[in-house]
Design a protein around this ligand. Structure first.
Ligand code: GLN
Length: 465
């Protein structure tokens, strides 16, 4: 069931909040043993509060809708592990701004979902609590890092979910699990209460069954927040550059359709493009010439910010703490025991690229490349309204296929990181299935704060599939 359907059924008194919650809990009981999308399910509490009036803010946008939350987003009084041993017993002291907004809209939180440790990964294999399975094929990964949220939506264990996206962590798992994922514009959604990975790239967004549901969720969580100074009030699109009368122009960047792209993914995306063309969209070939450098720039800037953000996890202030003879010993023992291999790798890389003598060669250079990538998009958006690409180079891969080769794993983010570097919104929508029955996603990237156009094109793709 979608948010829209559930809302209509509640309005017509064909279902109750209690039934919706009960249905989600039953699905979790039936499927989650095999899928492991959840780290925590609020079963007892939800069963206790089984009276609909507890939650049903009649008429509210999300009244009674069971929603799952990625475990790096804080809900007061609930555990927030970020998929790490370091925070295994940590309980949040306050609600993230997005949680406050969802509560005000009447949403019911069903539980917290699995993720790669501190959102570092593309498969959930980096979770300290074991991986999540792809509901379409349990031998394959659900993607990551928001793999638990995407799998939970795909398996019907919740109606919608929140994820976070630093380099693709909403869109890539959405594509692998056959659901919709939106990475909003940087600054459109508050990061207050999100456990930070790389602060200049991180953004919270919805994972849903339909584009319309993503739009509903986005409209609830967006907006300026005094607790996150990078947020802004969103412009009304009616006054934006986009004129609904004109036919939307879709740009196809040649750099996103080259080497390394799986033929079945290419075929599915091209078929969707052809249908968009046939229904009146104008298709243009474009170029984003610095795309080749995006992954390299991302894998310098992101670890640099990680090394700074994760310094606070020192065995003193938060989380896991190990005894030692002196303070340095506490730091070293706690961090060694608390962090997994990938997190340690990125802290080491990030500390290195920020170190005196290397700072200019790596970090400054990467920031310059980031500006060039942003400029590529600014130029392209003078000619087109939306840019299209595959979300991922391949359908979902098998467990263990890439986990021993970090660079192979990093390459699965090749089409998603640019949107984070530029700060633009990007939407992944299912556009087909492979011969093996694995979902394939198409990505639409838009101008800053023009999510609305992405929804429009996304809905068009949904109609065709
Ligand atoms: N897979 C990417 C990485 O490992 C993206 C992570 C994310 O968006 N949180 O960095």
């Amino acid at each position: 069931m979608t948010i829209r359907q559930a809302r209509d059924m509640i309005a017509r008194r064909e279902t109750t909040v209690h039934d919706l919650t009960d249905h989600a809990l039953k699905a979790i009981r039936t499927h989650d043993g095999a899928i492991h999308a959840f780290l925590d399910v609020y079963e007892e509490e939800l069963t206790r509060h089984s009276v609909s009036s507890q939650f049903g803010i009649e008429g509210a946008l999300l009244a009674g809708i069971p929603i799952a939350i990625k475990d790096n987003i804080l809900i007061a009084g609930k555990k927030a592990t970020a998929g790490s041993k370091m925070l295994e017993t940590y309980e949040a002291a306050y609600d993230a701004t997005v949680i406050t907004k969802l509560k005000e809209a009447g949403a019911v939180f069903i539980g917290k979902t699995n993720m790669d440790e501190f959102a570092m990964g593309s498969s959930t294999e980096n979770s300290a609590f074991g991986p999540t399975k792809n509901p379409h094929d349990p031998a394959r990964v659900p993607g990551g890092s928001s793999g638990g949220s995407a799998a939970a939506v795909a398996a019907g264990e919740c109606i919608a979910a929140l994820g976070s996206d630093t380099g693709g962590s909403i869109r890539q798992p959405a594509a692998f699990c056959g659901v919709v994922g939106l990475k909003p514009t940087y600054g459109a959604v508050s990061r207050n209460g999100l456990i930070a990975m790389a602060s200049s790239l991180d953004v919270i967004g919805p994972i849903t069954k339909t584009v319309e549901d993503a739009e509903i969720m986005f409209n609830v969580i967006k907006g300026k927040d005094p607790l996150d100074s990078t947020t802004v009030e969103l412009h009304n699109m009616e006054h934006g550059a986009w004129n609904k009368e004109k036919k939307l122009r879709i740009g196809v960047p040649k750099e996103y359709f080259g080497e390394g792209l799986h033929p079945e993914v290419k075929q599915a995306v091209e078929a969707a493009l052809k249908m968009l063309h046939d229904s009146g969209f104008r298709i243009h070939d474009i170029s984003l010439p610095h795309s080749d450098y995006a992954l390299a720039a991302y894998y310098i800037i992101m670890p640099a910010e990680i090394s700074a953000n994760l310094a606070r996890l020192d065995g003193i202030r938060y989380g896991l703490s190990k005894d030692a003879d002196d303070l340095l010993g506490v730091y070293m023992k706690s961090r060694r025991a608390g962090f997994g291999a990938e997190v340690r790798r990125r802290i080491i890389l990030g500390t290195y690229v920020l170190s005196a003598g290397y700072y200019d060669a790596y970090y400054t250079k990467a920031q310059q490349v980031r500006s060039l990538i942003k400029r590529d998009f600014e130029k392209a958006f003078e000619e087109v309204d939306v840019i299209v690409s595959p979300t991922t180079p391949t359908p979902a891969f098998k467990f263990g296929e890439k986990s021993n080769d970090p660079v192979e794993m990093y390459l699965s983010d090749i089409y998603t990181v640019s949107a984070n570097l530029a700060g633009i919104p990007a939407l992944s929508v299912p556009c087909g299935v492979s011969k093996d029955g694995l979902p394939i996603g198409i990505q639409f990237m838009g101008r800053w704060f023009e999510e609305e156009i992405l929804f429009e094109v996304g809905k068009e793709v949904e109609k065709m599939i």
